[in-house]
Design a protein around this ligand. Structure first.
Ligand SMILES: Nc1ncnc2c1ncn2[C@@H]1O[C@H](COP(=O)(O)OP(=O)(O)OP(=O)(O)O)[C@@H](O)[C@H]1O
Ligand SMILES: [Mg+2]
Length: 261
C-alpha cells in the first residue's frame, strides 16, 4: 500500500499520516513514513516531539551525499549531473527509526524561477521513484499542497491519493488545484477526507463539497477532536491519546484498502 496525503496547510495531513504509520505498524506491517513537507514534523506526529527526531537532517540538505550520488554540487543549475542517481540504500542508511517505523525526511528544494532542475531535486525524485516502485513495505507520504517530487511514471505507483479538507471553502479550493495537478501526472485514485468535522455541520459541509468538487468522492470523515489538538500542544502523538481518533483512522484505512482492492 502506497498512500500520499496532501491538502491545504493546517488541515491535518501530518496528524493523519502519523496515525496511519502507527496503525499499519501495529497491524504488523513494515512501514516507511516519508516526510515530503519542507516544514517537516511527521516524526512528532508518529512518536511525539523528541530529540532524535529534532536532530534529523533532511536529505535535501545532505550536500556531500547529493554531490557523491549525482556528481554535482547542490544548488548548481545547468551543470551536468546524473538524473538517475543510486538511491536504493538511502532508506536503510539514512532513515530514522521511530517506534519501529522508518522515517525519511526529504526536506525542501530551493526553487529557482520555472521550477528546479537541480541535483537535489533529481535525487529526491529518484528516491521517491525507488520508494514507490521498488519497495514492498507500506509507504505513507506526508506531502505539502504542491506535489512536485512526484512525476509521471512515479505517480502511477501511488495506490491512493488522499486530499484532506476541513470545513471551509479555502481548503476546498486548494483541493481542486491539487486534484488538477494530480490528474495531470496520471494519478487516478483520488479521495477526499474531511477532517475536523462537528456532527452538526456535516450535512452542510457535505453539500458544499458536492457542489464544489462533485467528481471527488468523500471517503471518510474525521471528527473535530479536542484530544488531538491537545496532543499537538503537548508534543505527543494523537495516536496515543485518543481511541476515538484511532478508530476513525482505522475506518479510513479500511475504506482505502477496499478501493485499492
Ligand atoms: N481531527 C482534529 N481535531 C482537532 N484538531 C485537529 C484535528 N486534526 C488535526 N488537528 C490539529 O490541527 C493542527 C494542524 O494539524 P497538522 O499539523 O496535522 O496539519 P498539516 O495539514 O500537516 O499542517 P501543515 O500544512 O502545516 O503541515 C494541529 O494543531 C492538529 O493538532
Ligand atoms: Mg504537516
Amino acid at each position: 500500500m502506497k498512500i500520499a496525503i496532501t491538502g491545504k496547510g493546517g488541515v491535518g495531513k501530518t496528524t493523519i499520516a502519523g496515525a496511519f504509520a502507527r496503525l499499519y505498524k501495529d497491524k504488523g506491517y513494515k512501514v516507511l513514513a516519508v516526510d515530503a513537507d519542507p516544514d517537516a514534523n511527521l516524526g512528532s506526529a508518529i512518536a511525539g516531539v523528541s530529540k532524535i527526531q529534532q536532530e534529523i537532517v533532511p536529505i535535501s540538505q545532505m550536500k556531500k551525499l547529493i554531490e557523491e550520488r549525482t556528481g554535482a554540487k547542490p544548488g548548481t543549475v545547468g551543470s551536468f549531473f546524473k538524473i538517475n542517481p543510486k538511491v536504493d540504500d538511502i532508506p536503510e542508511k539514512l532513515g530514522t527509526e521511530l517506534l519501529g517505523i522508518k522515517l525519511l525526511v526529504l526536506g525542501g528544494v530551493e526553487k529557482g524561477g520555472g521550477g528546479c532542475i537541480c541535483p537535489e531535486s533529481a535525487l529526491l525524485r529518484s528516491l521517491l521513484r525507488n520508494l514507490l516502485l521498488e519497495r514492498d513495505e507500506v509507504v505513507i507520504m506526508d506531502m505539502e499542497a504542491g506535489i512536485e517530487h512526484l512525476g509521471r511514471g512515479t505517480a502511477e505507483s501511488v495506490d491512493v491519493f488522499v486530499i484532506v479538507v476541513e470545513p471551509g471553502l479555502r481548503s476546498i479550493e486548494t483541493a481542486k488545484s491539487i486534484r488538477n495537478l494530480a490528474r495531470d501526472i496520471g494519478i487516478e485514485k483520488i479521495f477526499l477526507v474531511v477532517n475536523k468535522v462537528r456532527d452538526s455541520e456535516k450535512g452542510c459541509v457535505e453539500e458544499k463539497i458536492r457542489k464544489e468538487i462533485p467528481d471527488l468522492p468523500i471517503i471518510s470523515w474525521i471528527s473535530e477532536n479536542q484530544k488531538v489538538r491537545l496532543a499537538d500542544i503537548e508534543g505527543k502523538s494523537s495516536y496515543d491519546l485518543d481511541e476515538m481518533f484511532v478508530e476513525e483512522i482505522d475506518s479510513l484505512r479500511k475504506k482505502l484498502e477496499a478501493v485499492v482492492g
